[in-house]
Design a binder for this molecule. Structure first.
Ligand code: CA
Length: 442
């Protein structure tokens, strides 16, 4: 989503460990590994319309006495049936279901280290993925053309999302979604959220779109080739092949069209670019590189910013809104990113992810090379180092927010203020140099 502020990001109901990593990705050049479905799926946990939550209370409460899974199941069954789920559907879905310890482990993990954004992009936009995507663009040309005509979302982006979400349908996650969500509703860190997703999953089964044993996905409940969580599925999945079922698991047409429908509903602007790599003029004020600072492409050009490559989109984009993105701080590449980039963030609220989709989509037709060099010698701060940085910033009178290792808008502002005080480039990017400086100050 266009998440101009961390405050808005934090209002999204994400599972904690994933929210942590995502916040890192946003601003500290750390990135979730694409192979890690648990982390990768998490952005889909955000719902498009938070107001649409069912008005039922969570069954689990961290403060309450632990309740057995079977007792929880009995209580939840009453809620599900009251919400309109048929008893048959409930019994079929819950047949043989027990809690899954692997789900709890994933839900409670807080990774100490994260990959730098350049390593994430190296694997996300790999030569093999580009070749596979090009083959699939040919193979599904007719379907993709029909989807473009109906939804106005261009095919390279759709195939890039498909490649990133499930490696083109080959890695959808093989965990039983009902079991995962039941585990999380019973004893996860966000029981209300998991319960809402579980009710949505049951209503999908009730509708007959998929059989319970085929409803597979990630530990967090992201399902199928599009990695939709159940509430996103309910709002945005479509039956494009016309067989009467919205099948994002086994119908490529349904999966690609559902992705297009979701992107369009999230604000996709037909015919617009995601953005472009740019170079900044000497003496540029890096404080302007902030998700909250929007200007038209024309205004950015007036500040001396120039596209790095020959770019036919610049003229067309002159009046379009853009923000300046420095995914690795002022020592790395710079990008002007426009509305469609922000739309991709609704699929997965990570700038590294949105950059991977944008570059992969361009790579299918021969573009998408990042021309400036990444600071590959730099290592992103670890979680404990980020917490230490936040604590030291607070000790010096800055306001980085709760020392939780999450680099959100508050921490970014505090980093920037500290950099300005030191007379350093104020890119708001936390690195070892700043941490070392803060350690040495009395
Ligand atoms: Ca279908």
């Amino acid at each position: 989503m266009p998440y101009p502020s961390a405050g808005r990001r934090l209002r999204r109901r994400l599972f904690g460990s994933s929210a942590l990593l995502l916040a890192l990705v946003q601003l500290s050049a750390c990135a979730e590994p694409p192979a890690n479905r648990a982390v990768h799926a998490a952005p889909m946990l955000a719902t498009a319309t938070p107001a649409a939550r069912p008005a039922v209370e969570p069954l689990a409460s961290p403060a309450a006495m632990p309740r057995s899974f079977s007792q929880w199941r009995e209580d939840f069954r009453r809620i599900a049936l009251a919400a309109g789920i048929g008893a048959d559907t409930f019994e079929r879905a819950f047949a043989g279901i027990s809690p899954d310890p692997a789900v709890i482990r994933a839900d409670s993990s807080q990774p100490e280290f994260a990959r730098p954004v350049w390593e994430y992009l190296d694997s996300a936009v790999s030569p093999q993925r580009v070749v596979k995507g090009q083959q699939l663009l040919d193979e599904h040309a007719a379907t993709l053309g029909a989807i473009e005509r109906r939804y106005g979302v261009e095919r390279h982006t759709l195939v890039a999302v498909w490649g990133m979400e499930s490696n083109f349908g080959s890695n959808m996650g093989n965990m039983n979604v009902i079991r995962s969500l039941a585990t999380l509703a019973h004893e996860g860190r966000r029981p209300q959220f998991a319960q809402d997703q579980l009710l949505a999953a049951l209503s999908i089964l009730e509708h007959g779109d998929v059989q319970p044993q085929r409803m597979l996905g990630s530990w967090a409940g992201a399902m199928g080739q599009t990695q939709f969580i159940p509430t996103t599925y309910q709002r945005h999945a479509v039956d494009f092949d016309g067989d009467g079922r919205r099948d994002i698991w086994d119908s490529t047409a349904d999966a690609l069209a559902s992705t297009a429908n979701y992107l369009r509903a999230s604000g996709w602007q037909p015919g617009q670019s995601w953005g472009m790599e740019v170079r900044l003029p000497q003496g540029f004020d890096y404080a302007l590189a902030d998700p909250d600072t929007r200007k038209t492409v024309g205004e950015w050009l007036q500040l001396g910013i120039r596209p790095l490559a020959e770019n036919a989109q610049v003229e067309a984009a002159h009046m379009q809104s853009a923000t300046l993105l420095l995914p690795a701080g002022h020592l790395g590449p710079a990008f002007l990113v426009q509305d469609n980039f922000r739309t991709i963030l609704k699929y997965n609220n990570s700038t590294a992810y949105a950059l991977a989709i944008s570059l992969l989509g361009e790579r299918f037709s021969g573009g998408g090379q990042v021309l400036a060099g990444w600071p590959r010698g730099e290592r992103p701060l670890s979680r404990s180092e980020r917490i230490e940085l936040q604590e030291r910033l607070a000790q010096r009178g800055f306001d980085p927010g709760t020392p939780d290792g999450i680099i959100g808008a508050n921490t970014r502002r505090a980093v920037r203020a500290s950099q300005q005080q030191l007379g350093w480039p104020a890119d708001g990017y936390p690195n070892h140099r700043l941490l070392e400086q803060l350690r040495q100050q009395p």
